[in-house]
Design a protein around this ligand. Sequence first.
Ligand SMILES: [Zn+2]
Length: 436
Amino acid sequence: MEEATQLMIAAIKAQTSQSPLRTFAIAYIHDLEDIASKSAEEVERQQLCISYVDELETIPAKAYIRLLDFCMVKKTPRPYTFCHGSNISQQQSSVQTPLPGARATRNASPPLDDLPGADIIIRTSDMVEFRVHRVILNMGAPGLLRISPTPYQHSPDSSDNGIPSSNALPLLQLAEKCETISTLLRMCYPCDSPILLSNFDALYTAAKKYSMQMVMDRLRHELINLLKGCDDSEPYYLLACRHSFKDIVYKSAKAFSERDLGVWIAVERKPKSIWRQSFDAVPASAVFRLLQFHRKTKAEALALTSKWVPKPHRFGNVFDPTTTFDAVANACQLPAYRPSRYPCWLSLFMSKVRPVLEEKPRGSSIRDKVMDILLDLQGELLNAQSKQICTMCRRSITTEQLKRMVRDFADKVDEVANKVNLPSAIASSMVIESHK
Ligand SMILES: [Zn+2]
């Protein structure tokens, strides 16, 4: 066995330079600090921290954020540790185990306390007992029936309230709390069972554990309904990433990342700034996807600064409808802009806009700064000494035209930003780390 482990470690080590990100993830999962550190150095050297490997679905976001911090921040203190004996399976063990020592049992609230013909008892970690039917469990929660029952033992001080002795019935002791099991069982019976977002993770985790397929489908459906009209889509994004709900990942991520845009933009300078407690329960891919989303949005918005030209008709003014943008562009006297559809002042405008989009690639950031941008531009237009603006352009451009153009440009930025798609939630179709 020892030998097999050594062979496995050697095999992982051998992959360090070929696929460092994958090796990092595997080393992290198996708590192999030295391999994780070496792989991280390779990831940094090959600049692969924002590329994708399937293993990003299996390591926790916090491990990935440490890797980003290591690769992106120049002065991170070395040596840098990654593993600390933690792995994702420990992250996910959120279920409660029953407390030792006999505590008084309580009956579940009606009707699950004593259904007619009940032939099995389910006891939760907080000692609440449900008397239910095997046949229903067999249909709705077959996984529960795979648990070996223990003989029912009457707790000495439990309050039975006239319910007949259940000594003969088999008992299933569960690790989940009453709040979770009650909702799940009610979903198997024709009972009313409100689903709270705060308890969704526990519900879905337990439903999956007990093979409750119909309940899982309904929970997913409920989550989509809750997402509609919510103000804060962050918890939905994290839940969707945690449980691989692809459609909800798409719907929630855009809204979530839009709200926290500043944080995500700053991430390349300060990766740790995105860390929050709720990321402990999601895979690294949840962070990767948001990062990738912002990179793409920024790239699309910045690309506009070298290819966008105003619509010709928007430049016609009320006094002279023949003054289109094409006419304006053709009038530019600086040789560098002839022949091109770019007059000199448009290049100047784009150079003012670029840093704004670097910070926040959205139309709103242009609209917010419209006065600063225009004042800056007009300063140059009015400055007779400026070598960047030709005499013809200086004479022909009006403030009204510029304002109109800035509005159009901001709309265009939003249009391209809205078209950016989030990288897929499920592995294969992604930007895969290159294998050399
Ligand atoms: Zn010009």
